[in-house]
Design a binder for this molecule. Structure first.
Ligand code: SF4
Length: 313
């Protein structure tokens, strides 16, 4: 008979480990994992001066694991470093996906007694994302992927909602995987100015017309966010956006995960390679959009360009 595998023991105590961290050769029980997770988030916040006492912080709350964990952690942080939170959910109008996560977001904000605002594509742009995708130009070679529309509109609407809410900062649930994927995607697409903007934002540069965006989970691997949510008994719908499969990001994600398997710590190294570059303020805007006045790099910002396209259809 085959011997039963010995359960992993926590590297800090004698309890059973719930996770093995290959990149630092440690395994941790639920208690020590939660402690490590919270400590890392708080040290990231401190390192990049993301939060100041008295800040009003808008949390981009999609209702998925990253933003729900972020809200929970920022809520706990606000007890030690007093801040005011407002959660903002963007309802893109994606059938079979958004309704469940929107419900979860509402429930969590209510439970934590955090003000919650919902902004919808339908109300602000006149069309849901589903309907934008159906009416996009069908000509071969000109088809724009859903995430390209969605990303631009979400970013713009989140910013205006955060501004309307009087927020000093806009906290995003981007984790280490998201950050490393974005850096690699920018390299593969030869878009160094985007990496410059990401670097500026991570290091605390003001984002032109944008409310300063902060990413307290940027040093936390995605898998650890999921395990943290489970370890803390958080109920989060396991829904994936049906358009996610079409994204270039998925390809980069798979390659990065494969490399991480073989070379633990790769994702940290990708992020560190960018953070090590001296801040350039590469994203500093020089032009204002003629339609909305947003500072950027062209006379018509992407938001106005794309919303103009959907209105003309
Ligand atoms: Fe929008 Fe793409 Fe994210 Fe879906 S996967 S919510 S379409 S950005």
């Amino acid at each position: 008979m085959a011997a039963l595998a010995t359960p992993m023991k926590c590297s800090r105590c004698s309890d059973a480990a719930i996770i093995r961290l290959h990149y630092c050769d440690r395994q941790l029980c639920a208690k020590h994992f939660i402690l490590m997770f919270d400590k890392r988030l708080r040290s990231t916040v401190r390192e990049f001066s993301m939060v100041e006492k008295g800040d009003r912080i808008a949390i981009a709350l999609s209702g998925g694991k990253d933003s729900t964990v972020l809200l929970r952690c920022m809520h706990e942080l606000s007890k030690d470093l007093p801040t005011e939170l407002v959660a903002i959910t963007i309802d893109e109008g994606i059938a079979g996906y958004r309704a469940d996560t929107l419900q979860a977001a509402k429930k969590e904000a209510k439970r934590l007694k955090v003000e919650h605002r919902v902004v919808s594509f339908k109300k602000e742009l006149g069309k849901s994302l589903d309907s934008i995708i159906k009416t996009q130009d069908p000509e071969p070679g000109t088809r724009t992927l859903p995430c390209s529309w969605c990303g631009v509109f979400r970013r713009g609407l989140l910013n205006s909602a955060a501004r309307e809410a009087g927020a000093d900062k806009l906290a995003l649930g981007h984790n280490l995987d998201d950050m490393a994927q974005t850096v690699l995607m920018n390299v593969l697409r030869n878009e160094p100015s985007r990496t410059g903007r990401l670097l500026d934002a991570a290091k605390g540069a003001k984002g032109g017309s944008f409310v300063r965006r902060i990413r307290p989970l940027m040093r936390t691997p995605e898998k650890e966010v999921a395990i943290y949510a489970m370890a803390r008994g958080m109920e989060i719908p396991r829904k994936e956006c049906p358009y996610a499969r079409t994204a270039f990001r998925q390809l980069v994600r798979a390659q990065l995960n494969e490399t991480e398997e073989l070379h633990p710590g790769t994702k940290f190294k990708v992020l560190s390679s960018v953070l090590a570059v001296p801040q350039q303020d590469a994203g500093r805007a020089g032009v204002r959009c003629v339609s909305c006045g947003t500072a950027g790099n062209s006379r018509t910002c992407k938001f106005c360009e794309l919303s103009g396209k959907i209105k003309s259809r």
